[in-house]
Design a binder for this molecule. Structure first.
Ligand SMILES: Cc1cc2nc3c(=O)[nH]c(=O)nc-3n(C[C@H](O)[C@H](O)[C@H](O)COP(=O)(O)OP(=O)(O)OC[C@H]3O[C@@H](n4cnc5c(N)ncnc54)[C@H](O)[C@@H]3O)c2cc1C
Ligand code: SF4
Length: 450
């Protein structure tokens, strides 16, 4: 769907201005209202400060949750933010976007009580927002080491690695294909999770350490090669994410109305006016993960009349958590299971429906004027001799790749979680390893084989 079309009618059923701009703005306001001071103190008071706290273990970045909650209780919000950001420089984004119901909050011992887990994500947001509002800086850069490292991609993995390397005194150049930094924080996360240009504010905070230069509009593999980076810098970190949406591999996939969810969300996150986006009347989403839920919910909030998610397996197999599924249902989205798309129904090169094979009965067709593909992304390969597993980059426990002097992390690596918080952790772990490699000599062999 060309989201820049000026006409408000792109074809029957797909129109812009379905809702007024004021309604759209209201629908896309903050998903969760931030805690007030009083609310934060009451919530912090619920923490039992467990020894060997399970929430800390469940957090991929290992934030000392009881410790920062204790600081909030003592009105030391800046101290709490410092604790959080030292482990997770994107603690602000993670507070908004982590699926806490499967991470720290799932592990909270208060789940066994009627009033549910401590709202760790909300407390984390409270502390980091306070620090950001008060413009507190927690990091100072070490004396320059003279070492230069390249980072490919300014997403959560790349920025976390760059920040940690800059703190240690190394000079970092980030090569970023897009015009803005932040990766999917800027171009992918649901708009109602990242209101008020939060992604760019966080990027600014990260870059304020100094020593990090971002070169925008450079795509490694096209404008420059991995070998070029190795010649210019002593070490390279790859944090490219996954650039390519999976295809359905059905006939007529180029028809009008057959869209990649990621591309539409990209436009949604960048538009000046939400009401200008073309929106289908009947929207079908193919997929079962976070992206499927996000594109379905955002279509509905933009005014689509009927939104259905069709998933090829059962509800219990969906990658989207119970919480996310419940969110979809609350927004009036229908979930259809055991539905494998087998044919795009197209008339005059425009989508009119999708035929599904069902493992639990007869084939059936759902009418639609838009179908969003949300069936995952694959790695756009960088040339070079990097070993891959299942199409993603192999790394060892220190995030080292099969090529000496190259590290990788985030969505582009094999075996990852595909979450912002995991990408941050990968960047952090890689930076530690890169630093050791740079300061202890570059001839040491890899300690653990990939
Ligand atoms: C629609 C959607 C919703 C999501 N929602 C959530 C959520 O709510 N919570 C959550 O925790 N996670 C969510 N995720 C997952 C999360 O966004 C990712 O796990 C995370 O962004 C991965 O970080 P990354 O740094 O590895 O990659 P990315 O964020 O993808 O960043 C990669 C960066 O590299 C750049 N790049 C790519 N190739 C090149 C190249 N060759 N040369 C130079 N630059 C390049 C890209 O432009 C981009 O800026 C969502 C993902 C999607 C797709
Ligand atoms: S970063 Fe995410 S998982 Fe870790 S404590 Fe914060 S909200 Fe929980």
């Amino acid at each position: 769907m060309n989201t820049t079309k000026s006409s408000n009618k792109t074809q029957d059923g797909i129109v812009s201005q379905r809702l007024s701009e004021a309604s759209c703005q209201q629908h896309f306001s903050d998903l969760h209202q931030p805690l007030t001071k009083y609310g934060a103190l009451v919530e912090a008071d619920r923490c039992y400060y467990c020894y060997d706290a399970p929430c800390q273990t469940a957090c991929p970045t290992g934030i000392n949750v009881p410790s920062f909650i204790g600081m909030i209780s003592q009105h030391n919000n800046h101290g709490a933010a410092g604790k959080i950001l030292t482990e997770n420089i994107m603690g602000g984004t993670c507070a908004r976007a982590c699926p806490v119901e499967t991470l720290c909050e799932q592990a909270c011992v208060r789940n066994h009580e009627d009033d549910g887990p401590v709202r760790i994500g909300m407390l984390q947001r409270y502390a980091t927002d306070q620090a950001s509002q008060d413009q507190v800086s927690f990091f100072t850069r070490a004396e320059p080491t003279g070492h230069s490292v390249a980072v490919v991609g300014a997403g959560p993995a790349g920025l976390a690695c760059a920040h940690a390397m800059a703190v240690l005194g190394h000079d970092v150049v980030i090569y970023e294909a897009q015009a803005k930094a932040g990766g999917l924080n800027e171009y992918g996360l649901a708009a109602y999770k990242m209101v008020d240009d939060f992604a760019q504010k966080e990027v600014d905070m990260i870059l304020s350490i100094g020593g990090i230069e971002i070169r925008h509009g450079v795509r490694i593999g096209t404008n420059l090669s991995l070998a070029d980076l190795q010649a210019r810098h002593e070490a390279v970190f790859i944090g490219t994410g996954l650039g390519q949406s999976r295809r359905l591999n059905l006939a007529d996939e180029q028809a009008h109305g057959v869209e990649n969810a990621i591309e539409y969300i990209h436009d949604l996150r960048q538009t000046e006016r939400l009401s200008d986006l073309p929106v289908g009347r009947k929207v079908l989403v193919i997929g079962g993960g976070m992206t499927a839920i996000d594109i379905a919910a955002q279509s509905k909030l933009l005014g689509a009349e009927e939104v259905t998610i069709a998933y090829r397996r059962g509800q219990e197999h969906m990658n989207a958590s119970d919480h996310e599924q419940a969110f979809a249902l609350e927004n009036g989205i229908r979930l259809v299971f055991w539905a494998q798309p087998i044919k795009l129904e197209v008339q005059s090169n425009a989508l009119v429906g999708v035929e599904f094979a069902s493992t639990q009965g007869d084939n059936f067709t759902l009418s639609a004027d838009v179908v969003f593909k949300a069936i995952g992304q694959t790695l756009l390969p960088l040339e070079g001799n990097l070993s891959l597993t299942s199409g993603r980059i192999e790394v060892d426990t220190e995030q080292r790749c099969s090529v000496d002097g190259v590290w990788a992390g985030g969505d582009c690596i094999a075996g990852g979680e595909d979450l912002a918080v995991s990408a941050v952790q990968d960047g952090k772990v890689a930076a530690k390893s890169m630093h050791q490699w740079l300061v202890c000599g570059q001839n040491q062999t890899r300690q653990s084989e990939v």
